[in-house]
Design a protein around this ligand. Structure first.
Ligand code: AMP
Length: 113
């Protein structure tokens, strides 16, 4: 399957990876919606949250922990930030590879959608 984020994981698409370990990688969103807009993705392909089960509990916890650390590194821990996972068409998901948005650096709207 040709997945854009799998291609980033595989190094086939030039990308500024700002964090990586055995489980996840993180990079800046190509079309940032806030001054800080990062994506944390699992190396393994999951199409969406729908595929996540009990087995992925450690992975999901790790993604949030990495997001928190990156928020700290980017200097938005104190001012606040938002973690978002869009799931499926009506959830606003455009890229069918699970990803966690880390957004901050400006006042985000209280409205969700
Ligand atoms: P979503 O709507 O939750 O699926 O979000 C997908 C996000 O991926 C969007 O914010 C896009 O701007 C971002 N995106 C798509 N292609 C790339 C890419 N090659 N590098 C970085 N971010 C990307």
């Amino acid at each position: 399957m040709d997945c854009i984020f799998c291609n980033i994981v595989a190094g086939k698409i030039p990308n500024d990876i700002i964090y990586q370990d055995e489980e996840v990688i993180a990079f800046r969103d190509i079309n940032p919606q806030s001054p800080v807009h990062l994506l944390v993705i699992p190396r393994k392909h999951f199409t969406s949250l729908v595929q996540i089960t009990e087995r992925e509990k450690p992975l999901m916890g790790h993604m949030v922990t990495v997001a928190n650390q990156l928020a700290k590194d980017e200097g938005i821990s104190e001012t606040g930030y938002r973690l978002v996972i869009n799931c499926g068409q009506q959830g606003g998901q455009l890229v069918p590879h699970l990803h966690l948005h880390v957004m901050g650096g400006r006042q985000l709207s209280g409205q969700l959608g």
